[in-house]
Design a protein around this ligand. Structure first.
Ligand code: 2F8
Ligand code: CA
Length: 136
């Protein structure tokens, strides 16, 4: 399973960089159909790996809002660390432009790369799946 067609291995997970564009929800459904989720980002090294792979194109990540307060959460159930994550937003983001930006993407090849946009945009996307070694 260390070899998985179309998936890139990095530090315990496989990542799938889509070749087609989907809305955020459809992208997450696609990831679920492949035993994965839209990617979470929980370290500087992971953020660096991801933005370098994007080649400057914009990709959905698994960050969206819920509840009356509109709190950000990771769709793979990783706890969202608001303080540690602040450094990954593009300065000035998230700005919830037109009160309709509830999903996040990686927009720039930079540690500060996240932007919030409407979930209805069709974008490339990144799925993440844990590497689970199988028994011999
Ligand atoms: O200037 C930042 C701003 O840029 C765009 O709006 C003009 C983005 N919209 C889309 O990418 C759809 C905003 O999300 C972003 O905040
Ligand atoms: Ca925005």
């Amino acid at each position: 399973q260390m070899i998985s067609r179309g998936w890139k291995y990095f530090r315990g997970n496989f990542y799938y960089f889509s070749l087609i564009k989907k809305t955020w929800y459809s992208a997450q459904q696609f990831c679920l159909s492949r035993d994965s989720h839209l990617t979470s980002v929980t370290s500087e090294s992971e953020q660096e790996f991801l933005y370098k792979m994007t080649g400057g194109l914009t990709y959905w990540i698994g960050l969206t809002k819920a509840g009356s307060e509109g709190e950000w959460y990771w769709v793979d159930d990783t706890p969202f660390d608001k303080v540690q994550s602040t450094r990954f937003w593009i300065p000035g983001e998230p700005n919830n432009a037109e009160n309709n930006e509830h999903c996040a993407n990686i927009k720039k090849s930079s540690l500060q790369s996240w932007n919030d946009v409407s979930c209805d945009n069709a974008l490339l996307f990144i799925c993440k799946r844990p590497y689970v070694p199988s028994e011999p």
